[in-house]
Ligand binder design. Structure first.
Ligand SMILES: C[S@@+](CC[C@H](N)C(=O)[O-])C[C@H]1O[C@@H](n2cnc3c(N)ncnc32)[C@H](O)[C@@H]1O
Length: 216
């Protein structure tokens, strides 16, 4: 299939063929990522991207905070639901991605709404005066519990938190004997999320697992 840069199973392909198309710019980003990046699988899949867009368009956030845009695919999917005056702040620590991110954001319809901050999200977020309606966590897996700790106080009633890779290649259920630091981080994050009484939490087995949570 044209545009199939990943290895989809039959069901995912069927779902993709019966869902909205991605924009030409998203298609270009996916192609660029799969043909140039050392770890292209880090990019959101087509269906995941459409889910992020769908959630964002239902929620209509005025402010989005994203941790870990990589090549900007998820950023532009989330931006599809931004209010006309809304802002999306995205934080990326890999300085090699800055030029490409600026290029793709400037080509998008959301160029004036996206603020790219380069650096470590754990250092940057505590200095931000933000009240995000939607937070997307998709960066270092061992740091997930720390992202939760700094993001939770920023959430108001009705704010959404979305976290990617919460199944971490199924290691959260299969490989519990010798845990690496990333799996430990994800397991701790999942356990803490499930215990947060101020959140309503839904974990979905889409691709590598995605958790949706809303502040009650
Ligand atoms: C899995 S990729 C993100 C994929 C992207 N969200 C998407 O869906 O296409 C993770 C990204 O997070 C960045 N990252 C990791 N730790 C970070 C941190 N502490 N602060 C900011 N960015 C971080 C990495 O450099 C990488 O580009």
């Amino acid at each position: 299939m044209e545009g199939d840069f990943t290895f989809l199973n039959e069901i995912e392909t069927y779902c993709q063929e019966h869902s909205d198309p991605e924009s030409p710019l998203l298609h270009e980003i996916a192609k660029y990522t799969w043909t140039t990046q050392a770890y292209p699988h880090m990019i959101s899949s087509y269906l995941q991207g459409r889910l992020l867009s769908f959630i964002s368009r239902i929620h209509k956030p005025g402010c989005i905070l994203e941790i870990g845009p990589f090549t900007g695919y998820s950023t532009l999917c989330l931006a599809e639901g931004l209010q006309p005056e809304g802002v999306l702040v995205t934080i990326e620590k890999n300085l090699e991605l800055e030029e490409k991110l600026n290029e793709v954001f400037s080509k998008s319809a959301y160029s004036k709404q996206i603020k790219l901050l380069m650096g470590d999200a754990l250092q940057i977020i505590p200095r931000l005066q933000l009240s995000p309606d939607l937070i997307f966590i998709d960066a270092d897996k061992e740091e997930y519990p720390q992202y939760l700790e700094i993001c939770l106080p920023m959430m108001k009633q009705g704010s959404l938190l979305i976290a990617d890779n919460v199944l971490w290649g199924e290691k959260v259920v299969h490989d519990t004997s010798k845990l690496d630091k990333e799996t430990k981080g994800i397991i701790q994050f999942n356990e803490e999320m499930a215990k947060k009484t101020e959140l309503s939490v839904l974990m979905l087995p889409l691709r590598d697992g995605i958790t949706l949570a809303i502040k009650k």
